[in-house]
Ligand binder design. Structure first.
Ligand code: SF4
Ligand code: SF4
Length: 326
């Protein structure tokens, strides 16, 4: 690394190429990977349909299906590859493994008013991950989070500072009300308003039929609202999935912790936190998604990951000697 590059990063008071940076590279790679997967799944499904109809012309007419054709045509059984991954972030099937968003499970079971054991089990991995790692789906996998974070960047680039706050409890109320309404009306409420599900559904429509539905406009309106009126409005105040993951992650054992002696009260960590938390005081609460943006922003390295129980007073603060730096 040249001295010039070093100086640039020092000016920006960032770690390069420290753990905070590496963490963000890993996070962005995963987020982009999920978005790519949401494009690949409908493309494979479309290719499969065209191949079953022996529609060679249809396959060659599109660059994406034609590319898939070139990749799988020499295989003995192309359908083993093209059918190996199905679904979306709502319910994903990879080979024989089925993983469902816990919100999808309670939404479906509530609407059907029947407990399907086999469906319940498909939420086990995300539930366990949230109990161990906190609200990580939001910060590391949700495709909506990536786009909403882009909205925050646009706010920064354009100098928009308007930020109307709402009560955080709203999202828990929406989770409870949506569940009750789903049971009473016998319909899946959350499926209609959940951004990751909307993104997956709209990509499917666009790739398969070349159209988008009202969901796309709903999402764009939401993004515009976040850019112009309220930073991270949906995830902070409204999202029922975020509410559920927050509840599950309340007693997470991978916890960010403030090493009090190292902190210089510069407030950078609080400024970058997308969820409006207070890492500078060790108040990560149940909503922290372990995204590590605050770790990256903290020049003296006062924020570290540790494995442990939730402190009684809810404040994750450690003296330096006890900190286990990740
Ligand atoms: S709160 Fe909802 S939309 Fe936001 S990141 Fe979490 S699951 Fe995605
Ligand atoms: S406190 Fe840090 S890790 Fe937690 S959500 Fe905020 S920026 Fe991300």
């Amino acid at each position: 690394m040249t001295e010039r590059v070093r100086r640039y990063w020092r000016r920006r008071n960032r770690h390069w190429p420290g753990r905070g940076f590496r963490l963000q590279v890993a996070r962005r790679t995963l987020q982009v990977g999920v978005l790519v997967l949401l494009v690949v799944i409908p493309t494979l499904s479309l290719y499969d349909n065209l191949r079953n109809q022996r529609d060679e012309v249809g396959i060659e007419a599109r660059w994406d299906t034609s590319l898939v054709h070139q990749l799988v045509e020499d295989l003995d059984d192309p359908s083993r590859v093209t059918q190996s991954v199905r679904g979306s972030v709502w319910t994903l099937k990879v080979g024989e493994l089925v993983i469902s968003d816990p919100l999808a499970v309670i939404d479906f079971i509530g609407a059907a008013r029947v407990i399907f054991d086999h469906f319940l089990i498909t939420a086990l991995i995300p539930v366990l991950a949230s109990l161990l790692l906190g609200r990580v789906f939001c910060g590391w996998l949700c495709p909506a989070d990536l786009l909403f974070e882009l909205g925050t960047k646009i706010r920064g680039w354009t100098g928009i500072e308007t930020d109307v706050g709402f009560a955080r409890i709203t999202k828990f109320a929406i989770l409870a009300l949506g569940l009750v309404a789903g049971v009473v009306l016998g319909t899946q409420i959350f499926a209609e308003i959940y951004p990751p599900r909307i993104i997956g559904g709209e990509l499917y429509l666009w790739i398969t039929f070349g159209v988008v539905s009202a969901g796309a406009w709903f999402f764009l309106a939401l993004l515009a609202f976040e850019i112009f009126v309220s930073r991270r409005f949906w995830c902070r105040y409204i999202c029922p999935g975020g509410a559920l993951y927050s509840l599950l992650g309340r007693w997470r054992i991978l916890r960010l912790t403030l090493v009090a002696q190292e902190c210089t009260d510069c407030t950078r960590c609080n400024a970058v936190c997308e969820f409006g938390l207070d890492p500078m005081r060790g108040r990560f609460g149940q909503e922290c998604n372990n995204c590590g943006l605050c770790v990256r922003a903290c020049a003296p390295g006062a924020l570290v990951y540790r494995v442990g129980l939730r402190p009684r007073d809810g404040r994750d603060v450690l003296p330096a000697a006890e900190a286990q730096v990740s």
